[in-house]
Ligand binder design. Sequence first.
Ligand SMILES: O=P(O)(O)OC[C@H]1O[C@H](OP(=O)(O)OP(=O)(O)O)[C@H](O)[C@@H]1O
Length: 182
Amino acid sequence: MKTQVILNERQFDLTLQRLCRQLIENHNDFSDTILIGLQPRGLSVLNRIKTLTESILGHPIQCGSLDITFHRDDFRRRATPLIPSVTNIDFSLENKNVVLLDDVLYTGRTIRAGLDAMLAYGRPNKVELLTFIDRRFKRHLPIQADYVGKTVDSLVSERVSVEWKEIEGTDKVILYTPENDG
Ligand SMILES: O=P(O)(O)OC[C@H]1O[C@H](OP(=O)(O)OP(=O)(O)O)[C@H](O)[C@@H]1O
């Protein structure tokens, strides 16, 4: 397996900072905005973006987490059963501006499930998507992100891994390529 660092620690941090500034540019003081991280890996994106944004704004912002397990279109097709995570949305999304956050956007099926799961919490005014990595090709659905950390052109056989200081020990994004693929 060949590995290529797509974002190193410094680039990783700069990317997060840029995403926060872009969010602030569009959402001002976040008074009508709620950030929702998709379980499980979107939670890492959410926690970082939340901390950075709050430190820039100087006040807390509303956030939540959303489990999409039972809304996945492959829920019954999986050979190994999926283990559900926790949804933690303590408020109505009615008329709010919601930003969904995830680490990777690829086929778009996770986000479709997220949009479905979110409906139980009210009818937002607007929903946007932030993804740390956008694997541009191979979308299965007409879903695009409004905020993108880094766009990556990768083969189907390749794997993109977003690694977090809190979980894996370092902040980095790695592209894994099988030996015979290039
Ligand atoms: O746009 P998609 O194709 O849905 O892929 C994006 C999702 O894939 C990854 O999760 P994970 O590897 O746990 O999910 P997967 O089993 O769907 O690949 C990632 O954390 C995203 O949530």
